[in-house]
Design a protein around this ligand. Structure first.
Ligand SMILES: [Zn+2]
Ligand SMILES: [Zn+2]
Length: 446
């Protein structure tokens, strides 16, 4: 990391001499065991990362991505099954008696047109579900996850004489749509393949420095519900509103009234979000339309709060329409899209207590950072919520080099899903590989 700070040639020599003096030349030249194993892989992992970044595929379309990862796992010595829950892949490495650890990466990218100007930026365009022409980008860092995943698979294969048990490595489709984990579970992930004792995953962090990882025990990410609402009215001429029931006005009142759910109905110390992400109605200035369509995202940390919000949305929609005098047969239609529901994610505290000392030793105390819980969502949660439950842990990997971290004090960093977000590939990938490999070794090591 120090090498990334721009120092003059002279200062570098002075710095190197000081380092040798303080820590001894042997210590400076002797890499840690995982670094030595990883070093020969770095070039091909860099090429893999840039290939994946330049060739992203949307959720439910991860065909080539899955094929490439299946090939990489096979080459690393795993027994691979493809087509699990759609484009999902499962690689199994059995290594005698012991526990089973699952390592998950997601495969999918987003309908975002990349604006990073990187030499390996994605130029891919495709059609989305509505037939719109869209750019495709790994704007959530899933390409980093996949590259670190392949690196982990290779290192675990090299370390085979130092661990016992089974490693199950899965490439999961459609994380961004909230449906991939459920599809893999329904397709027999825990029946057809060894059932894990622990599940691990990592995610890029767009506000954490490279070389660092972030963690939190207990609740880390919110539940996600996607709700469609159709406010129906009675359309007509814009100049004769008294002959209509205007759904645009009702929808406006509905959007404002929704904001009282979190501020007035949910217990103030419970965390929740209700966002209207899309609202569409009408065709022309002087026509009052028959309906307005809205798309909402709802975030919560507990099932109780979640249910409370979903019930309130329905009640407010109907209430606002009735207040406006909409006829009973034109009441709003409220649909919770259960196929896109994601439960809240909670990291298992005892598992965290096992892994944290390992990471602190590996990366240094100052590079293992406690992070705040967030209102984002992850269907990785589903692997833990089976019966009986399985301890899961997702940690974050820092992706912003020190220079950009410094600059961020004046210019804010782009968030995940931004067309401008880009992880500094190195040492982000190396940190991910080492942290994940060390975690698996802690759980399966001899
Ligand atoms: Zn995402
Ligand atoms: Zn993501």
């Amino acid at each position: 990391m120090r090498r990334r700070v721009s120092l003059g040639c002279m200062s570098l020599h002075v710095y190197g001499a000081l380092f040798a003096l303080l820590y001894g030349t042997a210590a400076a030249q002797q890499p840690a065991p995982l670094d030595a194993l990883l070093q020969p892989e770095q070039q091909s992992l860099d090429a893999l990362y840039k290939h994946l970044h330049a060739n992203p595929e949307l959720s439910y379309h991860e065909k080539e991505t899955a094929a490439r990862l299946a090939d990489e796992l096979t080459k690393a010595g795993f027994t691979v099954t493809t087509g699990v829950g759609g484009h999902g892949i499962v690689g199994v490495m059995k290594n005698g008696p012991g526990k089973t650890v699952l390592v998950r990466t997601d495969l999918d990218a987003l309908p975002v047109t990349e604006k990073t100007n990187l030499p390996y930026a994605s130029k891919i365009r495709t059609k989305d579900e509505q037939g719109n022409d869209v750019g495709v980008m790994h704007a959530c860092g899933h390409d980093v996850h996949m590259t670190a995943f392949v690196g982990t698979a290779r290192l675990l294969a090299k370390l085979k004489n130092q661990w016992g048990g089974t490693v199950v490595m899965i490439g999961q489709p459609a994380e961004e749509r909230g449906g991939g984990a459920e599809a893999m579970l329904k397709d027999g992930l825990f029946r057809r393949f060894p059932r894990p004792d622990y599940c691990l995953a990592l995610h890029t962090d767009p506000a954490l420095q490279t070389g660092r990882i972030g963690y939190r025990e207990g609740p880390v990410l919110a539940s996600v519900d996607s709700v469609d609402v159709t406010i129906r009215g009675v359309g007509g001429h814009g100049a004769y509103p008294h002959l209509t029931k205007d759904p645009v006005m009702i929808a406006a009142q509905f959007v404002m009234a929704l904001q009282t759910i979190v501020s007035r109905e949910v217990r103030p110390i419970d965390t929740a979000v209700v966002t209207v992400g899309s609202i569409h109605g009408g065709t022309k200035h002087n026509i009052i339309p028959d309906q307005v369509d809205l798309q909402l995202t709802v975030r919560a940390y507990t099932e109780q709060t979640r249910e409370q919000i979903l019930t309130a949305i329905r009640r407010i929609a109907v209430g606002v329409a009735r207040t406006a005098g909409v006829p009973a047969d034109r009441e709003p239609i409220v649909t919770n899209k259960t196929d896109e529901y994601t439960p809240a994610t909670s990291n298992d505290p005892p598992l965290g207590q096992r892994l944290l000392p390992v990471w602190r030793k590996l990366l240094g105390e100052q590079n293992v950072i406690l992070r705040d819980p967030e209102m984002g969502g992850e269907d990785f949660s589903r692997y833990g919520l089976v019966d009986p439950k399985i301890p899961i842990f997702m940690f974050r990997v820092g992706t912003i080099d020190p220079e950009r971290m410094n600059a961020a004090q004046t210019t804010p960093l782009p968030s995940l899903h931004s067309a401008l977000y880009w992880p500094t590939p190195h040492p982000t990938i190396e940190t991910g590989v080492k942290a994940m490999t060390a975690a698996v070794m802690e759980l399966l090591g001899k």
